[in-house]
Ligand binder design. Structure first.
Ligand SMILES: [Zn+2]
Length: 238
C-alpha cells in the first residue's frame, strides 16, 4: 500500500472536542462525503440489542429484498432469490459482527517473564472493514506496537482486536482510535501505537474514482508521543 494519502494524527482529547464542534456545523451529506467521524464511540441507539441475532437477520432480509426489488431486480430468479438471506446473515454474523460486544475477543494476559521492555511491533495485519457513509469496503493494513508495562498479550489477539473493530461500519480515524484505546485499557499501558493504511472503495470505485490513493491514520499514546520512539517504530515498519 502506498503511503501517499492523508496523514491523520489523533492523539489529543482537546483536538477531538474541537473536531466534534467543527463537525456539528457541517451538513450531514457533506460530512459523509468528506468521511468525517462524529465520535470515537460507534454511534448506537438504545435498542441496539433488543432483537436477537435471528430476529435481526429476518428483518434485514425483508428490507434487503425490498431494496433489490426497488432497483428492479427479479427476486424469483434462481441466482437472486437467496441473496437477501445471504446478505442478512453476512451482515450480522460476519462483516458487522463487531457491533455486538459479545463478540469482543477474550484476552488472556501473560506476565512479562523475560522482562522484555522493548517495543513490540505486529506489522501488516490485514483489515477488511466497511465505510459507514457508503457501506462499501475499506481494505487495509494495520501496524500495532506497544511497550509492555509488565503484561504481554498473545500476538494473534492483536489481530483479533483489530478485526473486531473493523467488523463495524467504520470511519478510518475511529477504527484507529478504537483499537488504540482498547489496547491501552487491556494492556494497562498508555504506550500503544496503531497505524492504518487503507484503501477506501468509496473513493476508488465511485465518487472521485481515485485508484491510487490510500489513507494513513495513526494513534500514538504514552512513550509513542516521543519523537525517538516514533523514529524507532518507523524503522521497524520500513
Ligand atoms: Zn465512504
Amino acid at each position: 500500500m502506498k503511503l501517499n494519502g492523508i496523514s491523520l494524527n489523533i492523539q489529543h482529547k482537546e483536538e477531538d472536542t474541537q473536531h466534534q464542534e467543527l463537525i456539528e456545523l457541517l451538513d450531514p451529506h457533506e460530512l459523509g462525503d468528506e468521511h468525517r467521524m462524529t465520535s470515537v464511540e460507534t454511534p448506537m441507539h438504545e435498542g441496539a440489542f433488543d432483537l436477537s441475532n435471528e430476529e435481526k437477520k429476518a428483518k434485514i432480509e425483508t428490507h434487503f429484498r425490498e431494496i433489490m426489488h426497488t432497483l428492479g431486480l427479479d427476486l424469483t430468479d434462481d441466482s437472486l432469490k437467496g441473496t437477501p438471506a445471504r446478505v442478512a446473515k453476512m451482515y450480522v454474523d460476519e462483516i458487522f459482527s463487531g457491533l455486538n460486544p459479545e463478540n469482543e475477543p477474550k484476552v488472556v494476559l501473560f506476565d512479562n517473564k523475560y522482562k522484555y521492555n522493548e517495543m513490540l511491533v505486529e506489522k501488516n495485519i490485514t483489515l477488511y472493514s466497511n465505510c459507514e457513509h457508503h457501506f462499501v469496503p475499506i481494505i487495509g493494513r494495520a501496524h500495532i506496537a506497544y511497550i509492555s508495562s509488565g503484561k504481554v498479550i498473545g500476538l494473534s489477539k492483536l489481530n483479533r482486536i483489530a478485526q473486531y473493530y473493523a467488523k463495524r461500519p467504520q470511519v478510518q480515524e475511529r477504527l484507529t482510535v478504537q483499537i488504540g484505546k482498547h489496547l491501552q485499557r487491556i494492556l494497562e499501558t498508555d504506550s500503544v501505537a496503531v497505524i492504518i493504511d487503507a484503501e477506501h472503495l468509496c473513493v476508488s470505485s465511485r465518487g472521485i474514482q481515485d485508484v491510487n490513493s490510500s489513507t494513513v491514520s495513526a494513534f500514538y499514546g504514552g512513550e509513542f508521543d516521543k519523537k525517538s520512539r516514533k523514529t524507532e517504530l518507523f524503522n521497524y515498519l520500513k
